[in-house]
Ligand binder design. Structure first.
Ligand code: FE2
Length: 293
């Protein structure tokens, strides 16, 4: 894939928040690359914990495939019921003839979607004071940690993620979602790094993934095409945090490299905004959303 241009890069501040240059770049681009945000040892701790979760996962117990190309998971109770669970989803390419063709440790696409509330290691990482400072600097009045995902992007088969805006999947009125994407390994064009369309957050929301009459539908809100010429390859080193505006179009190609491209992501919304009950991700009262406290 054509790598496009390179992103602006900043060295993360010790306090975890934003300075004026970072704010200006984020306002222009709709993404922000903060290098050395997470120490290598903390990345390794998350990786080890994710490996333990996969190790404990019963691969024969009715899991599902996560695919943004087929959206096969969208009708799936295992996926739709994962808002307040820790569940493992397979890579589409891990199967042949309906059978799992590799070890589960090399077959999981992602773990989601409540690691930050249910797992002590991920909860501690997700609720640190540096991220609280970052959320405040991003303008959150009442930040809520809505969703967490551990993404494996497995060697050779790590699935493509088609171009999308997170605000179409985690919708508030007005839009308030921000993605925090932590590189736990180096991400390159070869192993399927994320691409973003610079300045794309200034355009309209294109699609919404929403509940309609008891099923999930992908609804076109605005047919304006993506400005692919402005795509930027977010090639980043281990420990980098990429902050992604909820309206910024982003995507990644299949990982054809012999190495994985693991990342942890958190999505914040503002409790001061209205969270639509037609979102796929819904919590009942048993595990309410929390902020950084
Ligand atoms: Fe996304």
């Amino acid at each position: 894939m054509n790598a496009g241009t390179s992103p602006r890069r900043f060295r993360a501040a010790a306090h975890g928040g934003l300075d004026q240059r970072m704010r200006a770049a984020y306002a222009d681009d709709g993404y922000l690359v903060l290098e050395d945000y997470v120490p290598a040892a903390a990345c390794d701790r998350l990786r080890a914990r994710a490996a333990e979760i996969v190790d404990a996962f019963d691969a024969d117990a009715g899991a599902s495939v996560f695919s943004t190309t087929t959206h096969a998971h969208a009708e799936d109770a295992y996926f739709l019921g994962s808002a307040d669970k820790i569940r493992c989803f397979f890579e589409e390419g891990a199967f042949a003839g309906g059978r799992l063709k590799r070890d589960k440790g090399l077959a999981i696409n992602k773990i989601g979607h409540a690691l930050h509330d249910l797992d002590p290691v991920f909860s501690e990482f997700s609720r640190g004071p540096r991220l609280a400072r970052l959320a405040a600097d991003l303008g959150y009045v009442a930040p809520l940690l809505l969703q967490s995902m551990y993404i494996f992007k497995q060697p050779g088969i790590g699935g493509e993620v088609v171009c999308h805006q997170d605000a179409g999947f985690l919708h508030t009125e007005p839009p308030s979602v921000t993605g925090l994407w932590f590189a736990l390994e180096d991400a390159t064009v070869e192993n399927g790094c994320m691409f973003a369309i610079a300045g794309g957050h200034k355009g309209p929301l294109r699609k919404r993934f929403r509940r309609r009459g008891g099923r999930m539908v992908m609804e076109v809100v605005d047919p304006t095409p993506w400005r692919q010429a402005r795509r930027v390859a977010l090639e980043v080193s281990k420990g980098t945090l990429v902050v992604l505006h909820g309206l910024t179009p982003h995507f990644s190609a299949r990982n054809r490299a012999p190495v994985s491209r693991q990342a942890y992501t958190l999505h914040l919304v503002d409790g001061a905004c209205r969270y639509g009950t037609d979102n796929w991700l819904r919590r009942d009262g048993t595990l309410p959303l929390r902020g950084f406290a």
